[in-house]
Design a protein around this ligand. Sequence first.
Ligand code: PAF
Length: 292
Amino acid sequence: MFAFNFNKIIMPIFYGKAALIDFLNSIKTPNSTIGFVPTMGALHQGHLSLMQQSLAENNNTVVSIFVNPTQFNNPEDLKKYPRTLEADTQKIAHLDANIIVYAPTVDDIYEGKTVSQDFDFDGLENQMEGKFRPGHFNGVGTIVKRLFEIVSPTNAYFGEKDFQQLQIVKKMVRKTHLDVNIIGCNIYREANGLAMSSRNERLSASEREKAAIIYQTLLEAKEKFETQNCDEVKKWVTEVFDSNSIFDLEYFEIADEETLLPCINQSKDKNYRAFIAVFVNNIRLIDTISLK
Ligand code: PAF
């Protein structure tokens, strides 16, 4: 174990899986639980809220910090992804110095073969993010499965902002028979409603303020969905962003929460959700809202 000392706060931090596994085995008791929060670092309040939920519901909490190369379809995006390990560990230590941090190297995870496994997520992977980020969900499935095998968590926490990712992880767990509960957590928002994201840091102050339009549009779309059909709502959202020059709408979709298939003829038996991806000055932001 490596002890990280920040202003006299000592916390356990591991850079390799073998030492982490030994440590987790040494603290395990027959009924103890491990809560797990996988992250790519650049931690914000949204991540910390997942950790708080894990701390409240488990005996031990593990947080991984790993920028996973196989889930980036755009090499520039991978290069630019913020790597702020020291600041991240400080934030975690301030929240709770008992949190166990796993910050592996690419080699510790991929052992010389940095490639994704091919998954069949029953079509969930072909919608929305899957259409615009080829290979992304194979990369997510690969890293989440590996991390689950290493950490062996009882409960794992994922934010609902990446709702499609959450459904993909649930599907992967069912298909691979891994023994872990997947817990979806509410989206944590900035004061103006913008969903918290590590990418928000790359926005200028003015862009960050203006990006409030994303959530405001989702809220209005939800209201419209009570009286209008899917196509009408989609057309309205497209017009909102067409008339706003700093935003470039990649997609707005209304889809069934379970299958993620686009809504064509609204059915009362289905739960629908709206999904959006927008570029602001080349920075890609996503958000989602339940239309229930
Ligand atoms: O949501 C993320 O931050 C990542 O996709 C995850 C789940 C940590 C896998 O790299």
